[in-house]
Design a protein around this ligand. Structure first.
Ligand code: NAD
Length: 337
């Protein structure tokens, strides 16, 4: 019988360490015989007038067509007349939810070894709508926009995620005691969706209390859903709980089922081109992409190979206290496949 046709997926290697860690993903996918055919798109060195950005229209079309992709870090060139690369992607592809799994890596010791939670951040509205102005001299105003439709959409995604990933609880994070209208509406939307998922426990936690609970006992949480700013802060707090930037993956969910996975970290210009970067965050992001495609066996195998390599401790990159190069660490992972 013939093998199934490979699944096309967009790959943005990105800037700085991006191409090095993207190469690691390609090698690991090859070793694990993942049926993905990458469509590689580099960020251009000229502004495409159709996107007003260094990202070309063809790159965006590739993600729209394939509906899945993996993105390395992108450093937006400084200068006027163009949009930030990440903002362009978020707006053009309507990437409304940012999903960050956060779990303790066995073998890499941090303060806690039982962290296993998912933060789901509303990614397009809230405090980051970019609507700021001066009211009178000495007084400025920033608008926090909470549309019912955007709140329902991210809540729906959170409960759907919980149900399809065997999770038991969704916590909505808010400050509705003070911001009664905006966070109040966000909670109302979460409650409406919660009613459709009686098998999932639903709770509401005030943001300040949530921070304290996360630092004291992160095992109290399962899936957390929240507006934009809270998500930005809480997800970094959670990354800190399990060992930092070299390890933490994420996935952006967009309209029409688009999934664009990316590492949380940036282009790390200080170590770019030196074969020192830790590819784990991008590899684990690629694993979330495989789960999105329901390629669960491949996802499990690759994740296990990564975790085993880190746990053994023989090959670790410098950020984890080791002395391995990106390529040696990658070879060790391939060896465990
Ligand atoms: P950074 O994440 O690039 O680097 C912070 C520190 O963490 C550096 O010391 C770096 O060496 C280290 N680091 C990051 N990733 C690592 C990895 N995989 N392995 C080992 N060490 C790693 O943050 P920054 O320096 O603030 O930003 C640099 C550039 O990246 C900026 O141009 C910024 O705009 C861009 N950026 C892009 C994204 C994105 O594309 N999503 C996110 C953040 C920053």
């Amino acid at each position: 019988s013939s093998a199934p046709a490979p699944i096309p997926a967009t790959l943005f290697p990105g800037d700085g360490i991006g191409p090095e860690i993207a190469e690691a993903v390609k090698q690991v996918f090859q070793a694990a015989e993942v049926p993905i055919e990458w469509e590689e798109h580099y960020v251009g060195d000229q502004i495409d007038p159709r996107t007003q950005s260094f990202l070309t229209w063809e790159s965006l079309e590739s993600v729209r067509r394939n509906k899945v992709g993996l993105k390395g870090p992108m450093a937006t060139p400084i200068g006027k007349g163009h949009r930030s690369l990440n903002l362009t992607l978020r707006k053009e592809l309507n990437l409304y939810a940012n999903v960050r799994p956060c779990y303790s890596l066995p073998g890499y010791k941090t303060r806690y070894d039982n962290v296993n939670l998912i933060t789901i951040r509303e990614n397009t509205e809230g405090e980051y709508s970019g609507l700021e102005h001066q009211v009178v001299r000495g007084v400025v105003e920033s608008l926090k926009i909470i549309p019912r439709q955007a709140s329902l959409r991210v809540a729906e995604y959170a409960f759907h995620y919980a149900k399809t990933h065997g999770r038991e609880r969704v916590s909505a994070i808010h400050k509705a005691n003070i911001m009664q209208k905006t966070d109040g509406l966000f909670l109302k939307c979460c409650r409406e969706v919660a009613e459709k998922y009686p098998e999932i426990t639903y709770e509401e936690v005030v943001i300040d209390n949530c921070c304290m609970m996360l630092v004291k006992n992160p095992a109290l949480f399962d899936v957390l859903v929240m507006p934009n700013l809270y998500g930005d802060i809480i997800s970094d707090l959670c990354a800190g709980l399990v060992g930092g930037l070299g390890l933490t993956p994420s996935c952006n969910i967009g309209e029409g089922g688009i999934a664009l996975a990316e590492a949380v970290h940036g282009s790390a210009p200080d170590i770019a081109g030196k074969n020192l970067a830790n590819p784990t965050a991008l590899l684990l992001s690629a694993v979330t992409m495989l789960r999105h495609l329901e390629l669960y066996d491949k996802a499990e195998r690759i994740q296990n190979a990564i975790l085993t390599t880190i746990a053994e401790g023989k090959y670790r990159t410098a950020d984890l206290g080791g002395s391995s190069s990106t390529t040696d660490f990658t070879k060790a992972i391939c060896g465990h496949l």
